[in-house]
Design a protein around this ligand. Structure first.
Ligand code: HOC
Length: 364
């Protein structure tokens, strides 16, 4: 029997073995030179943890509250597209994994199971990720379906006026299936002779004219709290607060949009400072270890969203793999907290990490 994976990187290898190359490349790939893709992961390794000793860590509580929902850990499943490309049970398996671990799942607009199927599959707390389509009637319908099916928040992905250039998808002629949420509304089996059909589909559906004033429109059609995903600067963080969002997600879309955008962990603190505690700041990008989660929390994130790692678990073992990946990251976070002298997430403070910039200043 093959050895059990002991970390996320080993799950990635299992996913590579399990998936057709086209789908593995779709999930793992980043934009253009993939500079930001590498940086998202490597920037974590330049942040050092400052542990404290002789603290009673015999009991560790990782639980936290996210927009009023109690969760077992400051970890959420990031919304990622088309889970049935990874596993035949798709987002239903992911949601069940989230429910078993008592964490929140972000469901993608571009899911391969419908919002209704996911909602009726388990009792996971779910947030609904969306794009704004040129067809506002379809966008509004999707928001209402999410509301009706008990989703707890809307995550507006705001960094995608166009799809980033993912060269592996172009070479592989990546094809998206008919996306279940849009069946009977629009065909997503859009064919392009340019290579990847997902790029072509995004071009015909996503509203590239979307801007800050449109948050007002979104607020007018839903009572759900709105999180804005894709913030990388203090300027946009301030605009997001002015627009009245309930939270901010620092994200570069898994480095799949603008190459040479900053590694998310390198700009988290800038955003946290700009927000001044007015709304929670969440984080995604490059998380592979519990130590990464600890670093993001120390730099001010309320919780961390996990994207690719969950897909690797799903591709390798379905619902069980999702559970194992989350459990693995929770265990690693718990160990990091114990070895750093933190009994609860509130105990993790800015003084528990030192960034590369600070080390550089110390040396001067
Ligand atoms: C079919 C259009 O967030 C990604 C996803 C968005 C995909 C658009 C799919 O691949 O980054």
């Amino acid at each position: 029997m093959a050895e059990e994976p002991v970390n996320v990187n080993e799950f990635q290898e299992l996913a590579r073995q399990a998936l057709p190359k086209m789908y593995y490349d779709y999930y793992t790939g980043g934009a253009e030179d993939q500079h930001t893709l590498k940086e998202n992961v490597e920037a974590f390794s330049r942040i050092i943890i400052r542990p404290r000793i002789l603290v009673d860590v015999s009991k560790i509580d990782m639980s936290t509250t996210i927009l009023g929902h109690k969760t077992s850990a400051p970890i959420m499943i990031a919304p990622t597209a088309m889970h049935k490309l990874a596993h035949h049970e798709g987002e239903v398996a992911t949601a069940r994994g989230a429910a078993a671990c008592d964490i929140i799942m972000g469901l993608s607009y571009m899911s391969t199971c419908t919002v209704e199927e996911v909602a009726s599959s388990c009792n996971a707390v779910r947030f609904f990720q969306m794009y704004v389509y040129k067809r506002r009637d379809i966008t509004a319908l999707m928001v209402h379906r999410a509301e009706k099916n008990g989703f707890g928040a809307i995550i507006l992905t705001a960094d995608t006026p166009r799809l980033g250039r993912r060269e592996a998808d172009i070479k592989n002629k990546m094809i998206a299936p008919q996306l279940k949420n849009f069946e009977g509304l629009i065909s997503t089996e859009y064919v392009s002779d340019k290579g990847s059909n997902i790029e072509a589909l995004a071009a015909v559906t996503f509203d590239a004219s979307l801007c800050w004033k449109d948050i007002e429109w979104l607020k007018s059609i839903t009572k759900l709290p709105i999180l804005i995903k894709g913030v990388l600067t203090s300027e946009d963080a301030i605009k997001a607060i002015e627009a009245g969002v309930a939270g901010i997600i620092v994200s570069n879309h898994g480095a799949r949009q603008l190459d040479y955008a900053p590694a998310t962990i390198s700009v988290l603190e800038e955003v946290v400072h700009a927000v001044q505690g007015k709304v929670p700041v969440f984080f995604d990008g490059g998380v592979r270890r519990g130590t990464d989660i600890f670093k993001a929390l120390a730099l001010g994130a309320k919780a961390v969203l996990i994207g690719r790692a969950v897909i690797y678990g799903l591709a390798a073992k379905g619902e069980v793999g999702v559970k194992q990946v989350i459990q693995m990251l929770r265990d690693e976070l718990e160990l990091t907290m114990a070895l750093s002298g933190c009994c609860s997430v509130e105990d993790i403070t800015r003084s528990h990490v030192i960034t590369e910039k600070e080390r550089f200043i110390c040396r001067m």
